[in-house]
Ligand binder design. Structure first.
Ligand SMILES: Nc1cc(CSc2ncc[nH]2)c2nc(N)[nH]c(=O)c2c1
Ligand SMILES: [Zn+2]
Length: 372
């Protein structure tokens, strides 16, 4: 049985490239993880997600515990079997989604009680129940149960929330048990406060995890503040373990995060914006619903090798979006996920060849501002 093991191959400044070996396959870092919230990457078949270059995808404890239920998924063979994805899966621990989606939630030292946004039924999440749910799902990378304070928040609120999350991190570690080949990641909190970020990193290092996430960012602070925090936060975490920045982001967020030492990221952006007609390309964004594309015979991006760009015109994509046809969301999601993976592959190669700065300069130079 292959253990869970991270190997660093090369660094270029603070940027790193490497590989995570897991029993279900390798994860090439820096890695972008598509989000499969309800056991599906929306509008994509799993084999298509793999074709875009993804090594790992995300699932959600919150959504799956409510529907179809973690016990049911376990009875049916676990999440990999259930959704026909046999490579690594990372599941978030649920606390973040409760605070952003559930109704009537009550937070206390032990955990959080909430009502389902689907049918109003009452549920409880704690470090212990989150670990049990993620075990039932069978995910390869389990996230510690944390609390992510909504910003803006004052320093005292951020400090007390972070310290609660650190107590929950210790309980998550204890409840996770001994699961060879599986990983538990701790989540650093502390908002934009450097000293609180350091306190959190030290607390997590004391407990010991197979990987470390940077939480509490991409919650409305803006790119400048996020990068300011990423100028020091990744370096506070053990350098021989993967660093996962949660919920990020737009292409230029991703490039800036990798530049600052982040190894893994996830975001709903490429899939969600694909369904709304927003295409991300190396020359900037294309809003395919815009009338200017109605007669355009060119592909979204003439350099792109994805199915949408190989075989369809902007005029066609414009038409099927305007007509509300399902193929519209499929093709743009595929293109966006393909493009995001192309960015990751480009950065992995550039870092391993010591030319990240040149790659980054070219990345920014070709991105015309606004719609193209
Ligand atoms: N910005 C952001 C995003 C997410 C969701 S990541 C995700 N889950 C499922 C899909 N994507 C976070 N999750 C946790 N547990 N903690 C955080 O601080 C946090 C911060
Ligand atoms: Zn394409």
């Amino acid at each position: 049985m292959t253990e869970f093991h991270f190997t660093l191959h090369a660094t270029d400044g603070a940027a790193r490239t490497g590989r995570i070996d897991t029993p279900r396959g390798e994860i090439r870092t820096p890695a972008f993880m598509p989000v499969g919230t309800a056991a599906t990457v929306k509008a994509m078949l799993p084999e298509s997600v793999r074709e875009t270059g993804a090594d790992i995808l995300l699932g959600n404890t919150y959504h799956l515990m409510l529907r179809p239920g973690a016990e049911r998924v376990a009875r049916l063979g676990g999440l990999h079997r259930f959704m026909n994805w046999d490579r690594p899966i990372l599941t978030d621990s649920g606390g973040f989604q409760v605070m952003s989606l559930a109704e009537l939630r009550k937070l206390d030292e032990d955990g959080v009680t909430f009502r389902s946004h689907i049918d109003g039924s009452k549920h409880r999440l704690s470090p212990e129940t989150s670990m049990e749910i993620q075990r039932l799902l069978g995910s390869d990378i389990v996230m510690a149960f944390d609390e992510c304070p909504a910003l803006p928040a004052d320093r005292e609120r951020i400090a007390s929330s972070m310290r609660l999350s650190m107590r929950w991190a210790a309980r998550s570690r204890a409840a996770f048990g001994d699961r060879p080949g599986h990983a538990l990641f701790g989540i650093q909190q502390g908002g934009l406060e450097r000293d609180l970020r350091a306190e959190s990193a030290e607390a997590l290092r004391e407990i010991g995890f197979e990987g470390y996430a940077i939480g509490g960012l991409a919650v409305g602070e803006g790119q400048e503040a996020m990068f300011g925090c990423l100028d020091y936060a990744p370096g506070m975490l053990p350098e021989d373990k993967p660093r996962y920045l949660m919920g990020v982001g737009k292409p230029d967020d991703i490039v800036g995060a990798v530049k600052r030492g982040v190894d893994m990221m996830d975001c709903v952006l490429p899939s969600r914006s694909g369904r709304t007609g927003q295409a991300w390309t190396r020359r900037g964004q294309v809003n395919i619903k815009n009338a200017r594309h109605a007669d355009d015979p060119r592909p979204l991006d003439e350099h792109c090798t994805c199915p949408a760009c190989r075989s369809y015109s902007r005029a066609y994509l414009h038409h099927v979006f305007r007509a509300g046809e399902m193929i519209s969301g499929m093709l743009l999601t595929w293109h966006n996920l393909h493009y995001f993976q192309e960015i990751m592959a480009g950065m992995r190669a550039a870092i391993s060849e010591g030319r990240f700065a040149a790659w980054e300069a070219d990345f920014h130079a070709t991105r015309a501002e606004g719609d193209i």
